[in-house]
Design a protein around this ligand. Structure first.
Ligand code: PDD
Length: 279
């Protein structure tokens, strides 16, 4: 694979980052994941807009403009002959002596990007649907910033796997915030789509926004509010959205089937619509 590191395209075996990089020492960095379908980026503008938001919230400064960022993505897709998968982009606060305080603002950020090949359209999980468990949301309080500090989501994912499930839905004060790396949705018995309102408690998903728009364009009702695990278990359907899954149906929650325990029609339809929009 050819990867991008600080202005250069190099074979992955030649790419290197300092031991003193703040991304490594403090998880002081942010990232974006953009899906690639048919060699084309999905919702790139949305991902770049959120990247800027994360940078601003953390007082990090990127000198590259949006065209340069797009060019990096396109070049990586081309150099790696990527048809389907994703582009990962990470920006950290750069290299400095270990100190909790941020280094001088003139310290150059570290920017890396790489591609990952992945079946998106013919994803087996989209066919089968996800089994999820619920876990307490023990992440930090600024989940709206897309930081590389992902240890709790990893722990949650491992706990789900240990219990024979695919993923975890995270619960805070009785309400689902989101899944370990995607936004959580349910469909009630009036076919209204429900997903939690935006706040600092969850990531403002780009796929969430796109799917919400598509749903409204197709005259589906969308309500933004929190819901409990019990409401989700009793819903007609459940699903998640993210750049890596697009839309994955959820077929069970804490071992209780959702609907008839097979992928729901609305989730499947939204998945199809989103893929068509990206092709
Ligand atoms: N995760 N919520 C969380 C906690 C996430 O990590 C993600 C994305 C989402 C969905 O956001 P979007 O639709 O913009 O991808 C929601 C990425 C894909 C990841 O970490 O791999």
């Amino acid at each position: 694979r050819t990867v991008y590191v600080n202005g250069q395209y190099v074979p992955e075996s030649e790419a290197s980052i300092s031991v003193f990089d703040r991304g490594f020492l403090f998880a002081d960095g942010i990232y974006e994941v953009t899906a690639v379908l048919n060699g084309r980026l999905m919702d790139f503008e949305g991902h770049v807009a959120r990247l800027h938001r994360s940078l601003n919230e953390l007082n990090m400064h990127l000198t590259l403009n949006d065209n340069a960022l797009r060019d990096i993505h396109r070049q990586l897709i081309e150099k790696n002959d990527l048809q389907e998968g994703l582009v990962y982009l990470q920006v950290t606060r750069g290299v400095a002596d270990r100190d909790f305080a941020y280094p001088d603002a003139s310290t150059p950020v570290t920017l890396v990007a790489f591609t990952q090949q992945k079946a998106i359209i013919d994803s087996p999980l989209a066919e089968r649907g996800l089994r999820v468990i619920s876990l307490p949301d023990m992440r930090w309080g600024r989940r709206d910033i897309k930081t590389v500090q992902l240890l709790y989501p990893s722990m949650a994912k491992m706990e789900a796997k240990k219990r024979g499930a695919d993923d975890a839905w995270l619960v805070e004060s009785g309400l689902v915030t989101e899944a370990s790396s995607s936004n959580a949705w349910i469909v009630d018995h009036d076919n209204t789509l429900i997903t939690r309102e935006l706040s600092r408690s969850l990531l403002h998903g780009i796929t969430r926004r796109a799917v919400m728009q598509l749903a409204r364009q197709h005259d589906m009702k969308v309500e933004e509010r929190g819901f409990t695990i019990k409401e989700a278990q009793n819903a007609r359907e459940a699903f998640v959205t993210s750049a890596t899954s697009l839309v994955y149906p959820v077929i069970s929650i804490d071992q209780r089937s959702v609907g008839d325990g097979t992928p729901g029609d609305i989730a499947k339809a939204l998945r199809r619509l989103y893929i068509e929009a990206g092709l």
